[in-house]
Design a protein around this ligand. Structure first.
Ligand code: PLP
Length: 477
């Protein structure tokens, strides 16, 4: 019998525990157990075959890691003395019924820590958020105005059309108050009736697949080892095998967890041979710092978050929408409300505004930064990012190694293989303390085996060199 507070781990992944169902405390335990698995969890025990929709029961007291363990916080362990079964928020297994949410209120893991405003500024070499120009920050400090005023139409049409020009596309553009994650959901809801293919090769592509599953879609994964790139021929083979039977191929262009840049252009050309299959690209950690010809490679939707290579504050998401994608959504019965292409774009066409109240200060910042980006030009920006990536790789080769497959390395994030066995957490701390610079540890399972340098946005070879000098000093290289 299930008991309140029990956890179940879904063993589809060999690598680690990524998906997890939390059974709520209280009387309605049964109500929260996923019912659309082929075999109910209670019937299982012992060794179970992956893909048999099997669930393993975990002793709650063995739980010693963050239950939101999709790789994003490997070091987020259970605080001393806390029982794990009341220490976490809600996280439903991907196979849970869409829309079901356990009636569960967890005891917070973290106590309130007052924000004092007294913090040392750090230079950010993270894979986002990244450095933001001062005049872009200043642009947010304007007196507020209404989102239905003419002034808003001026602002929103300016940022949309400037973005379209920058991205060099004839497709429609949406700038939405959300982080890019919103477009994982929206593109799935808007474009996938039944089935999609998601190549997975790291934590973010895993999550992209996970989101689609969570939304009740039939997801086929094309799985690669972390660090490997998605290969166009594999995508072709999969499409051939299913006779193009996918509504969408959805993939991550720049796998931020591994530093791999996938060849979306070639894959787009393959998908374009299947007219009923649309191509969706998460370019969250590279768009704006790695040029991609959207229209030439049949990309139906490509999206990013503003805090990455656009070098803006976080809080806005940008997505392009092809005519085919728009038409598909019009036919769809499951389209997203908030991220619905039709709603966003029709509102734009009729009023030049957004369907609901946007983050106006962020849009003011966006306007200022997009002018800088146009002035520099997409081509020059791409070139600057290429030079930063080449410098960083050369430095990494000299002192360490590179995690991503040769020939598929990111222009915006380098994932350095820790061949010297330095203490990554300690080095990050020392660089932060002594140099006021911040870079990232590795992601999930490769947290200590790698570290990541974000060379995106407004950084230059010179500024990246300042960081690598600091790392050399702190790590005694
Ligand atoms: C490739 C990729 N996809 C999705 C996300 C999620 O983006 P956001 O937190 O802006 O929604 C990230 C964040 O780092 C990412 O790198």
């Amino acid at each position: 019998m299930l008991e309140a507070g029990d956890y179940f781990v879904h063993p589809l992944r060999e690598r680690d525990i990524r998906e997890l169902s939390l059974v709520p405390r209280g009387d309605d335990v049964d109500g929260a157990v996923p019912t659309n698995v082929e075999t109910p969890p209670l019937a299982l025990g012992g060794d179970v075959e992956p893909r048999a929709a099997a669930w393993q029961r975990l002793d709650v007291f063995d739980f010693d890691f963050c239950p939101l363990a999709d790789g994003h916080c490997a070091d987020h362990t259970r605080p001393e003395g806390r029982r794990p079964n009341n220490a976490v928020g809600r996280y439903q297994n991907a196979l849970a019924l869409p829309g079901r949410s356990p009636d569960y209120r967890g005891t917070p893991v973290t106590d309130k820590r007052e924000y004092t405003g007294d913090y040392q500024d750090k230079t950010l070499y993270l894979p986002g958020p990244t450095e933001v120009r001062e005049d872009v920050i200043d642009a947010m400090a304007e007196p507020m105005f209404g989102h239905r005023m003419d002034r808003m139409t001026d602002l929103y049409t300016t940022i949309v059309e400037d973005t379209r020009e920058f991205l060099d596309t004839d497709d429609d553009v949406i700038v939405l108050t959300a982080s890019g994650t919103e477009f994982w959901e929206a593109t799935t809801l808007n474009l996938v009736e039944d089935r999609l293919l998601v190549p997975t090769s790291g934590s973010f592509s895993e999550r992209q697949a996970n989101v689609a599953e969570r939304l009740g879609k039939d997801v086929d994964r094309l799985t690669y080892e972390w660090g490997q790139a998605v290969k166009p021929d594999d995508v072709r083979a999969q499409l051939e095998e299913t006779d193009g039977g996918y509504d969408v191929v959805a993939m991550v262009m720049n796998e931020t967890s591994t530093g791999v840049r996938n060849p979306v252009e070639e894959i787009g050309d393959v998908v374009a041979e299947y007219p009923d299959t649309l191509f969706v690209v998460d370019a969250i950690s590279c768009l704006g710092g790695d040029y991609v010809d959207i229209d030439a490679h049949g990309i139906d939707a490509i999206f990013t978050s503003t805090q990455k290579a656009f070098a803006m504050p976080p809080g806005l998401a940008v997505c392009t929408v092809s005519e085919d994608a728009y038409d598909r959504e019009v036919e769809s019965e499951s389209a997203s409300w908030y991220g619905g292409f039709q709603r966003c774009l029709d509102y734009y066409d009729r009023k030049g505004q957004t369907h609901s109240t946007p983050a106006i200060p962020l849009m003011l910042a966006y306007r200022t930064q997009m002018k800088h980006m146009l002035e520099e030009s997409h081509e020059q920006r791409d070139q600057r990012h290429r030079e930063m990536a080449e410098y960083t790789r050369e430095w990494a080769r000299e002192h360490f190694g590179l995690f991503a497959e040769e020939g598929y390395r990111s222009q915006t994030v380098t994932c350095v293989e820790n061949t010297q066995g330095i203490d990554v957490a300690e080095t990050i701390e020392a660089v932060s303390e002594e140099y006021d610079m911040v870079f990232s540890n590795g992601y999930g399972d490769i947290a200590e085996d790698t570290f990541r340098i974000g060379h995106m946005g407004e950084h230059t070879v010179e500024s990246v060199k300042e960081l690598t000098d600091a790392i050399e000093d702190a790590a005694g290289l």
